[in-house]
Ligand binder design. Structure first.
Ligand SMILES: *Cc1c(COP(=O)(O)O)cnc(C)c1O
Length: 180
């Protein structure tokens, strides 16, 4: 999630409750405890207020916010954690790619799959990231900016790098429609 400053210098969050709902769903997926979503939103808003000097006002820049929950039970073993800690990582950020907002080249490798039905790839977990790094390095070595993740024999497009992917088709008659 990100905090932005609008033209008038007002601080804005984009759909924070949806982000919090996803965090709760993800915590649930790995048996971390539940939390009060409204209280979480209050905490995040308060944090952003206190740290508002860190929110850049340049176009394309924002304060990246990463509410995080980890199990903290002091024991080894595969089981749910009796204790958990919630904290918020924040960092001012600019455009994600070195190329700014211009086009980037994507590497489509059907042998590596980021997420699949019944898996945990739809939960926001730390474990989503490391398995993609090898493929990302291979793509970078071939001169591509990011990986275009595919799924199944049909090579359905699922994701780009660690981002959602939206497409706009240009029809032959010049019109546009959303890709199916
Ligand atoms: C967070 C994340 C995304 C992007 O999802 P948003 O809805 O834009 O936050 C995409 N892929 C992965 C693996 C992610 O962790």
């Amino acid at each position: 999630m990100k905090a932005y400053k609008d033209k008038e210098g007002r601080v804005r969050l984009f759909r924070p409750m949806m982000n919090i709902e996803r965090m709760q769903k993800s915590a649930e997926r790995i048996a971390l405890p539940n939390f009060d979503k409204d209280e979480m939103l209050k905490c995040i808003k308060e944090f952003v207020k206190v740290e508002s000097n860190w929110i850049p006002s340049e176009r394309g820049y924002s304060l990246y916010l990463r509410p995080t929950m980890i199990g903290t039970q002091a024991s080894l073993g595969v089981g749910s954690s009796s204790n958990a800690k919630v904290f918020l990582i924040a960092s001012p950020v600019g455009p994600y790619y070195r190329t700014g907002f211009s086009a980037v080249k994507l590497f489509a490798d059907p042998t590596a799959v980021r997420a699949w039905p019944g898996g945990s790839g739809d939960s926001k977990l730390g474990g989503n990231y490391a398995p993609g790094i090898r493929t990302q390095l291979d793509a970078a070595a071939k001169g591509y900016a990011q990986v275009l993740w595919l799924f199944g024999p049909e090579h359905y497009v699922t994701e780009v790098g660690t981002m959602n992917c939206f497409m706009l088709w240009k029809n032959e008659d010049g019109g546009s429609r959303r890709a199916p």
